[in-house]
Each structure stands twice: as structure tokens, then as C-alpha cells.
Design a protein around this ligand. Structure first.
Ligand code: NAD
Ligand code: HSO
Ligand code: ZN
Length: 431
């Protein structure tokens, strides 16, 4: 296979790195046109359009719209059908994710000024949230846990899950995860039509306040379109891993860490930064050797050839600078003293510290969320968390004494803006 081998001292390094990072699939014009058409149709024809698109894209023939909802007994049976090991793994992962996210709960606060004015911030959970669970090419029970648990920890009243079931095939692990995470309702719909149904509401699908959860390019484009009418978590791009390594580890481990994100899809990104040429060569050899045994080898190969790279850096200091430029979704700091480098790393969705912390643990059960900013957006955004399901309302209760002081300030500023009613409203309350 043709691996991209770069060195930070090459004259063309910046250009080569820029080319590797370029990714624009959710902006694709054909996808946007299709999604626009689907959303308009869902808005206009509601449930009838939903049935038509579910038939067309998921090959699911339903005789009546009521069949898109899965009764709760179905998910409970799915949970009971699981092998003990699978059920225990889901429950243990759920427990760790819950404990971690409970730390994120924000509380309302208020304070009173000396003249009796009270100021504060009231925290309220969102009323109704839609959770998109992908189901086109693969199933993601871990994503059910990662989205539903923080929502429930925040106190969301009603959590509506949608998941496509191509040819009517339901995934027991996905349904069992929904039961464990206490989702409220499940509908077997997917793609842009599911996002439209959640955003506008149809006869059967209730309109939600916010839509969360990852999906393919159609789902991502639909979320962009409905943003504003409803809230969205983020528009997640393909998975990314960046490994900074000191070379003191088995190269097979690092090659497999790169595969672990490359196997998600052809556009996933896997980059290794290391100061030691012999270690980079050993990882390259390991990639070639281990790839043949991987069930998803064609996806891994395509991803590594298009957007993967093994990069020789001058030292770990420079590796941190390059990592900050890339702002990866996942950053493995595979070095002996990871704490030493943390202050230098400013932009990453999640940092996995030390030789024993592989990124895959974070995908399933470490505790922190696996829904993370991609495509460089870690420069300004954060992992999905409880805070995404809570909103803040300001509280202001002005004492009679303060009404005079504040009223004078406000009236002066209001007249400066030419707003007479503002000024008079404040002055009426001045003593
Ligand atoms: N970032 C994360 O945390 C995370 C987690 C899990 C999955 N993912 C990503 O989510 C994505 C899941 O994609 P998927 O395809 O498996 O499932 P999906 O559920 O996102 O998409 C399937 C739906 O796409 C629609 N669709 C397919 N082809 C279409 C077409 N030609 N026209 C209109 N609509 C069409 C159909 O409605 C179908 O139901 C992957 O890219 C995966 O990497 C990300
Ligand atoms: N790595 C993905 C997020 O980038 C999440 C995931 C789900 N299953 C396995 N991995
Ligand atoms: Zn993953």
C-alpha cells in the first residue's frame, strides 16, 4: 500500500499537510439538493412522505405509519436476548459514562447585591430531544449510550430516538442500549427524512427542540438545514486520530490504533507524529503486515492512502505544535510522561494519555463522550456533554433602591441610542 510519509523539515511539508486535512463532503452540492428536496417534502406531506422515503432508501415496506414506532416491549426483549457478556459490557459502559457525565451537571446560581437586587442564572433541561442513531452501513450501540446518557443526566423530559432499519433488520444491541439508557420512544426511520420529521414534526413524529447524534453526509446536511428551527449538537465529519509517540512502545500497538479510526470509513483520518525514523519505519512495516488480517482492510487502506500520514518531526515539542494546527478529534499522547505535554496541547476533542490508553477505550467505556469535534472544529468546540442538553435563563430582580440607580444609567444609554420608550420605562421607576 502507498503510505504518505512526510517530514516536518521538507520544504513542501505545509502544503502536503494542508492537502491531507482538506475535507468537504457535507457541503457536496448533490447531497444538499437531495436533502433540500426531502426536507421540503416532509414539511409538506408529513407522514406520507416519511413512508415513501423509508420505502425508497431503507427498503422497508410499512402498511401503516403507526408501524414506524417500536413498542417498548421490543427493546426490553432485545435486552433479554443479549448474551450475558454483551449485556454486562453495555451496562458497565453505561455506568461509567453516567458517572463521568454526572460531574458535568451545572446548577442554577444567584447572588444578592448590598442594595437588595438579586441576579442569577436558572438552569433548565431541554423538554424534548431527538437522537439520531446511524444504521445504514453499521450499527452503533455505543453512540446510543454516548448521546442518551448525558441527555438523561441533564434531565431531558422526552428523548425520541430514530434509527434506520434497512430491510426491517433491527439491531438488538442498539435497542438494548436504548433500554439501558432510558430512551423514551424509538422510531425506525433514518436519513434526511428522519431529521426533517424531528425538526418539523409529522402526524406520528413529535417535533423536538434539539437534534443530536452522528450520521452520514445526508444526515449531516439535513442537520445544517434545520439548525435555527431546532438546536443541533454539531455536524460531525469522519473520525480522526492523531498519535504523538516517543517510540517507546510496540509499533504493532500504534499501527492498530491508527487502523481503529481508519476502519470507520474511507474518509477517516489517521496520523502519526514521531521524532524517530526507525520507529516510523517499524510502524509502516507493521501496517503492511497487519492490514491483511483486518476484515475491513479495503476501508482502512483507502483511508490511510487518502488522508493518513506517518510524519517525522524534529522533537515532541514540534509534534505538539503540529497537533495544535490539526486540532484532531482524538489525540493519543503515547509517551512516557504524558502530563509533561498537556499544557502545550490546546486543540483536541479528547486526549488519551500514556502508552496504555488507546483511543478505542474512549469510544466505548472509559466514560468521557465519544461524540467529539472533527475537521479542526476542536479549535472552538467541545465534546458532547450534559451542558448540550441544558439551557440557561438569566434572573433579574431589582430592588426599589437599585431601580433608581440603574434607571438613571439605563435612561442615559437609551437616549444615546435614540430609544425614548426604553429611557422612560426605566425613569418611571426612579424615585
Ligand atoms: N462521530 C461519531 O461519533 C460517529 C459515531 C458513529 C457513526 N459515525 C458516522 O456516522 C455515519 C453513519 O452512516 P451510515 O450511512 O452507516 O448510516 P446513517 O444512518 O447515517 O445513514 C443511512 C441513511 O442515509 C440515507 N441515504 C442513504 N443513501 C441515500 C441517498 N442516495 N439519498 C438520500 N438518502 C440516502 C437513507 O435514508 C438511510 O436511512 C458514518 O460516517 C460513521 O462514521 C460517527
Ligand atoms: N470513533 C467514533 C467517533 O469518532 C465513535 C465510535 C463508535 N463506535 C466505535 N467508534
Ligand atoms: Zn471509533
Amino acid at each position: 500500500m502507498k503510505l504518505n510519509r512526510l517530514s516536518s523539515t521538507d520544504a513542501t511539508f505545509d502544503e502536503a499537510l494542508h492537502a491531507l486535512l482538506a475535507f468537504e463532503s457535507t457541503q457536496d452540492e448533490t447531497v444538499n439538493n437531495t436533502v433540500n428536496h426531502i426536507l421540503t417534502d416532509i414539511k409538506k406531506r408529513g407522514d406520507d412522505a416519511l413512508l415513501d422515503y423509508t420505502r425508497r432508501f431503507d427498503h422497508l415496506e410499512l402498511s401503516s405509519i403507526s408501524e414506524v414506532e417500536l413498542p417498548k416491549s421490543d427493546w426490553q426483549h432485545a435486552l433479554q436476548r443479549l448474551q450475558t457478556a454483551e449485556r454486562e459490557a453495555l451496562e458497565q459502559a453505561a455506568q461509567r459514562i453516567r458517572l463521568y457525565h454526572e460531574k458535568q451537571l451545572s446548577q442554577s446560581w444567584q447572588y444578592t447585591e448590598p442594595d437588595g437586587t438579586l441576579l442569577g442564572q436558572k438552569i433548565t433541561a431541554l423538554d424534548r430531544v431527538g437522537l439520531y442513531v446511524p444504521g445504514g452501513k453499521a450499527s452503533y450501540p455505543s453512540s446510543v449510550l454516548m448521546n442518551a446518557i448525558p441527555a438523561k443526566v441533564a434531565g431531558v423530559n422526552e428523548l425520541i430516538m430514530v434509527v434506520p432499519t434497512p430491510h426491517g433488520e433491527k439491531n438488538d444491541l442498539v435497542l438494548a442500549a436504548a433500554a439501558i439508557a432510558a430512551v423514551d420512544r424509538i422510531f425506525t426511520i433514518g436519513g434526511a427524512q428522519a431529521i426533517g420529521a424531528l425538526a418539523y414534526g409529522t402526524g406520528i413524529i413529535p417535533k423536538v427542540d434539539k437534534i443530536v447524534g452522528p450520521g452520514n453526509a445526508y444526515v449531516a446536511a439535513a442537520k445544517r438545514f434545520v439548525f435555527g428551527l431546532v438546536g443541533i449538537d454539531m455536524v460531525a465529519g469522519p473520525s480522526e486520530i492523531l498519535v504523538i509517540c516517543d517510540g517507546n512502545i510496540d509499533p504493532d500497538w500504534i499501527a492498530m490504533d491508527l487502523f481503529s479510526q481508519a476502519e470507520h470509513d474511507e474518509q477517516a483520518q489517521a496520523i502519526l507524529l514521531c521524532p524517530h525514523q526507525d520507529f516510523l519505519d517499524a510502524v509502516a512495516a507493521s501496517i503492511t503486515r497487519q492490514l491483511e488480517a483486518m476484515p475491513r482492510k479495503e476501508v482502512i487502506r483507502a483511508s490511510l492512502e487518502a488522508r493518513g500520514a506517518l510524519i517525522k518531526v524534529r522533537d515532541l515539542e514540534e509534534a505538539c505544535l503540529i497537533a495544535n494546527r490539526i486540532a484532531p478529534e482524538h489525540l493519543e499522547l503515547s509517551v512516557s510522561n504524558p502530563e509533561q505535554w498537556i499544557d502545550k496541547l490546546k486543540h483536541a476533542g479528547a486526549i488519551f494519555m500514556g502508552h496504555h490508553t488507546c483511543e478505542a477505550l474512549g469510544d466505548y467505556c472509559a466514560g468521557p463522550n465519544h461524540v467529539l469535534p472533527t475537521s479542526g472544529t476542536a479549535r472552538f468546540s467541545s465534546p458532547l456533554g450534559v451542558y448540550d442538553f441544558q439551557k440557561r435563563t438569566s434572573l433579574i430582580q431589582v430592588s426599589p433602591q437599585s431601580a433608581s440607580t440603574l434607571g438613571t444609567i439605563a435612561a442615559t444609554l437609551a437616549r444615546g441610542e435614540g430609544l425614548q420608550a426604553h429611557a422612560m420605562s426605566a425613569e418611571f421607576r426612579c424615585k
